[in-house]
Design a protein around this ligand. Sequence first.
Ligand SMILES: [Zn+2]
Length: 279
Amino acid sequence: MVLGYVLTIVGGIVFGGIVNWLADQLPFLGGLDDDEEQETAGHAATAKPQGLTVPRCLKCGARRHILSFLGLTAWCLGKRRCENCESRLPFRHLAVEVVLAAAYCLLWMREGMIPLFWILSFYLTLFVLIAVIDIEHRLVLNIVVFPAFVIVLIEVMLSGRIGMNVALMGYAVGQIVVLGFFLLGGVYLWIVNTARQQPVTEVAFGFGDVTLATLCGLIVGFPDVFQMLVLMILFGGLIAFLYILYRVIIARDYHPHIPIAYGPAILLSAAVMLLWGGL
Ligand SMILES: [Zn+2]
């Protein structure tokens, strides 16, 4: 019993470390195009790795000390600062590890060591990875999402968690509904831009969000996908509201059309349906 908790917590920290490593490096794999480069310039490493490499400092690209590979060890053992440029490891590294450790632990308490535990843990880990990259770079990476589609299909086929037809209908509904949102966003941009000098290029709902919602529809299946979409709108509204509140009150630089990452709302609602949908 105790061993189970220890293992899930250690597992959460290790997989959290892997998520952090991927979130640090995947967005720069193969280089970004100019637009993306500008958006992420504040955060980007000056020396960008061309493939996946050992964990590196996000600022200067120097190899991190082995004790700062994991956020937890970096915090606890005082290895937060880069040995080369003194910049600090972002708080996200620790947060992801703690969140995953807690999530695995709670899942283990609820499910025990059955296949569903592994399946749900995998999806939560995947969601955290996609959410971190989306929040930091406003990107939903094909290199993450496309293999995920294949994995979900294999999982559904092998586990029987939901029927294949249920999954595919969830996929179809997710695709059609969010494509509708995406097109509405396009119409909105067109209307706004005909009346503006400086064109707005970014909508709340980008094409990456369409792919992501479709993937999540496939994971939760039909008819849960409908509840997922309703939750998505609610979470999206709530996140946008809190974010705007933050910009107005704390950062004091609010202007309309601040790009807000919609991905986290999609992932949050998919996670809720995955964990509590069948209840
Ligand atoms: Zn550095």
